[in-house]
Design a protein around this ligand. Structure first.
Ligand code: GSH
Length: 301
């Protein structure tokens, strides 16, 4: 049993331990002055290829794949482990200091949008794609989108944190959150038994929001060993859907944007042009002499 004695008032006295302990703090606001870079396209995305970040780069790649040339975007990596999210420029566009954050510079005044769900709705409405304009289909799509926004913190912040990142393996929270994670997988599995996509017959922002989290675990890409631990292969319909979405070319591109770790052929640190997926993944850049690599990077912006 723990020897922890609950104090009357919590104080920030010691690091909590575990991965990300160095960036966790109980106050908001910027820690340092830092402008954000701005590229040539109408949309400036500041992100990282975590599940929340992937949602937005997948959305952009899907919009471009549908022929929306005005959806061109520059994607800049925000290194959350180094505290980039606490720079003044980033806090100006997201007072919550979390990726992803977007600036739409296509109009007379830049528009900031933060929270991945809000960004998906903003882009879906702007381009008239992946979100029905009205009626029951719209209600169903938004229901699942908001389901994801409310559920993923239990999957990531709860299960993922205690399974992969906490300084020790604590039985109580792992049991609690594994139970909830499995319940959520079952919710999706039952839905996908009756429906090709999450919100119905059509691919939508509900799939784009849910896949990076639940597909990521089911396909063995998030939290190593979590797929086996949660026996995700048992969720037959969810597995069918996870593979189906994974096979979409735009998803294959979007999920590697602002990816800074893993296989170098799947790391595109910055995205400024469609050709970057062919020419500027880390395996390609590392094969070049240092001056050539710099030239290739400068050329892209
Ligand atoms: N509800 C937010 C969650 C965003 C979020 O938690 N982002 C994480 C990465 S996945 C982050 O930026 N963490 C940095 C930090 O907590 O300081 C959204 O969906 O946009």
């Amino acid at each position: 049993m723990t020897e922890y004695v609950l104090p009357k008032v919590w104080k920030w006295e010691q690091p909590s331990g575990g991965q990300f302990a160095s960036i966790n703090r109980p106050i908001a606001g910027p820690t340092h002055d830092e402008e954000l870079p701005v590229g040539k396209h109408p949309f400036q995305l500041y992100s990282l290829a975590t599940p929340n970040g992937q949602k937005v780069s997948i959305m952009f790649e899907e919009l471009l794949a549908r022929g929306h040339k005005d959806a061109e975007y520059d994607a800049w990596p925000i290194r959350i482990g180094d505290g980039d999210q606490f720079g003044s420029g980033f806090v100006d566009i997201n007072p919550n200091s979390k990726i992803p954050a977007l600036v739409d510079r296509s109009g007379p005044k830049p528009v900031r949008v933060f929270e991945s769900g809000a960004i998906l709705v903003y882009l879906a409405e702007k381009f008239g794609e992946f979100l029905p304009a009205s009626g029951p289909e719209r209600a169903e799509t938004l229901s699942w989108l908001f389901w994801q926004m409310g559920s993923a913190p239990f999957l990531g912040g709860g299960f993922g944190h205690f399974f992969a990142y906490a300084p020790e393996k604590f039985e109580y929270p792992i049991n609690r959150y594994a139970m909830e994670a499995k319940r959520q997988f079952d919710v999706l599995n039952r839905r996908l038994a009756d429906s090709e996509y999450i919100a119905g017959a059509d691919y939508s922002i509900a799939d784009i929001a849910i896949w990076p989290w639940y597909g990521g675990i089911a396909l063995g890409r998030s939290y190593p060993g979590a797929d086996e631990f949660l026996a995700t292969h048992e969720y037959e319909h969810l597995m069918r859907w996870a593979k189906q979405i994974d096979a979409r070319p735009a998803v294959g591109r979007g999920r590697i944007v602002n990816k800074l770790s893993g296989d170098e052929s799947e790391q595109l640190h910055e995205r400024h042009d469609a050709s970057d997926f062919e020419l500027r993944t880390e395996d390609k850049i590392k094969g070049l002499a240092p001056d050539q690599a710099e030239a290739v990077k400068d050329d892209a912006i």
